[in-house]
Design a binder for this molecule. Structure first.
Ligand SMILES: [Zn+2]
Ligand SMILES: [Zn+2]
Length: 357
C-alpha cells in the first residue's frame, strides 16, 4: 500500500473519546483521586485518568503522521498488541518494515524490565524478556517518535522494591498496559498483586507470559486472582496459556501439543467464566493453538469472540512467509473466523476496546 505523508492535522485524540459514557466511569477503588489538582478536568474523570489522557494527547500530537483513514495505510486497520523493540537484535527500521508488511496499523510495544540478576530473572538469563528486548524508556521514545502507529506498555521486574513506581511513571506518560510480565514469580505473590491493583487503578490491562516452571507460576490457581481482582483486566499469553485450551492437557511439560482439542481446558474455562480474562493470540503458541485442530479453533473463536486479541510477537525480519507467526496468525484468523464481524473483533475491535485506543 502506498503511504501518503505530508502536512496533516494531528490525529483526533483519545481525550475526545474520554468524554463518552465508557470513559466517564469513575474508579470505584480510588475515591481520593477524585480530588482534582488539575484544572479543566471534566467531572467524573479521575485525576489519574485525566493525566493519562493528557499524556496520550501529547503523544499523539507530538508528530503529525500520515492521514490515511482510521488506522493508517490499510482499508482494514489491524492492532498488534504484542511486539518488542530490539527483539533478538532487530533494528528499528526492520521492525517498522515488518509491521508494515503484515498490514498492521497500530502496534503496542511491550518493554522488558531493567536487567538484574535475581531469582525472578533466573540470575539474568531472562533479562530483556530472554530476547534482548528493550525497556520502558526506549519503547516510550519510539512510540513518541511514531505516534500514529505505535503505543507502548510499561514493565518492570515485579519484585524490585520500586517496580510499581517505575511502572506508574510510564503509565502516567501514556502507557496502555502493564506488560510483558515474563518473570519467575508466583502469580499470586504480593508484588504481583500490587501490579494488578495498579492496573485496575489506571484501567489498563496486565499481560502475562505463562510458561510451565519458567514464567508466572501457579496457573492452576490463577482463578483466585481473577476473583480477588475483578477490576483488573488480565491477558493470558504463551505456551502454558495456550496448551491448556485442551481438557486433556495433563503433561504440563509439553509446551506445544499437536493433538486434537477437547474443549473445557483451564484456559477455556478462565475465558468463559471470568469477564476480566482475555487471550493474546501472539507467538508460535497462539498459532499452534489454532492450527493443531482447525475445527476446534472455529468453535473456540465463536465462543470467545469478544475475548481474543491479535498479537504477533515474532522476531523475524520479513513480516511474511513461514517464519513470521504474526502473518500466519492474521491468515489463520481470516481463514477460521465464522463471520467477517468476528474476524474484525479479533484483529481490531477487541483490542481497541480493551486498551482504550
Ligand atoms: Zn513477547
Ligand atoms: Zn513476523
Amino acid at each position: 500500500m502506498p503511504i501518503t505523508c505530508g502536512l496533516q492535522k494531528p490525529k483526533q485524540l483519545p481525550v475526545k473519546k474520554a468524554y463518552t459514557t465508557d470513559h466517564m466511569r469513575t474508579l470505584p477503588n480510588s475515591p481520593s483521586h477524585q480530588v482534582s489538582t488539575v484544572n479543566f478536568r471534566p467531572p467524573g474523570f479521575s485525576r489519574r485518568e485525566f493525566l493519562r489522557a493528557s499524556a496520550l494527547l501529547t503523544l499523539s500530537a507530538a508528530m503529525p503522521g500520515c492521514k490515511t483513514g482510521e488506522g493508517g495505510w490499510g482499508p482494514e486497520p489491524i492492532i498488534d498488541i504484542h511486539q518488542h523493540l530490539g527483539y533478538s537484535g532487530r533494528s528499528d527500521e526492520v521492525l517498522l518494515a515488518h509491521q508494515r508488511a503484515m498490514g498492521v496499523t497500530k502496534t503496542i510495544l511491550l518493554p522488558a524490565g531493567r536487567p538484574v540478576n535475581t531469582a525472578s530473572t533466573h540470575d539474568g538469563r531472562s533479562n530483556g524478556l530472554e530476547a534482548q528486548c528493550l525497556g520502558n524508556e526506549f519503547c516510550y521514545r519510539f512510540a513518541k517518535a511514531h505516534p500514529r502507529h505505535y503505543l507502548f506498555a510499561a514493565c518492570e521486574v515485579p519484585d524490585l522494591p520500586d517496580a510499581a513506581q517505575q511502572i506508574e511513571d510510564y503509565l502516567k506518560l501514556g502507557g496502555v498496559a502493564i506488560a510483558e510480565l515474563k518473570f519467575g514469580v508466583e502469580c499470586d505473590s504480593p508484588e504481583m498483586q500490587k501490579l494488578y491493583e495498579l492496573a485496575a487503578e489506571y484501567r489498563v490491562p496486565v499481560l502475562m507470559h505463562w510458561q510451565h516452571k519458567m514464567y508466572s507460576y501457579g496457573f492452576e490457581r490463577f482463578y483466585l486472582m481473577l476473583e480477588k481482582h475483578p477490576q483488573t483486566t488480565f491477558i493470558g499469553h504463551a505456551q502454558t496459556w495456550w496448551a491448556n485450551i485442551d481438557k486433556h492437557h495433563t503433561d504440563q511439560s509439553v509446551l506445544y501439543p499437536k493433538s486434537k482439542v477437547t474443549p473445557g481446558g483451564l484456559t477455556d474455562r478462565y475465558l468463559s467464566d471470568y469477564p476480566n480474562m482475555y487471550g493474546d493470540l501472539s507467538a508460535g503458541s497462539g498459532l499452534n493453538a489454532f492450527t493443531r485442530d482447525e475445527d476446534h479453533a472455529r468453535e473456540f473463536i465463536q465462543r470467545h469472540q469478544d475475548k481474543l486479541l491479535y498479537g504477533s510477537d515474532c522476531n523475524d525480519h520479513d513480516g511474511q512467509g513461514s517464519k513470521c507467526s504474526g502473518a500466519g496468525m492474521i491468515a489463520a484468523i481470516r481463514r477460521l473466523s465464522p463471520t467477517k464481524d468476528i474476524q474484525r473483533k479479533l484483529l481490531y475491535k477487541n483490542a481497541k476496546r480493551v486498551f482504550r485506543i
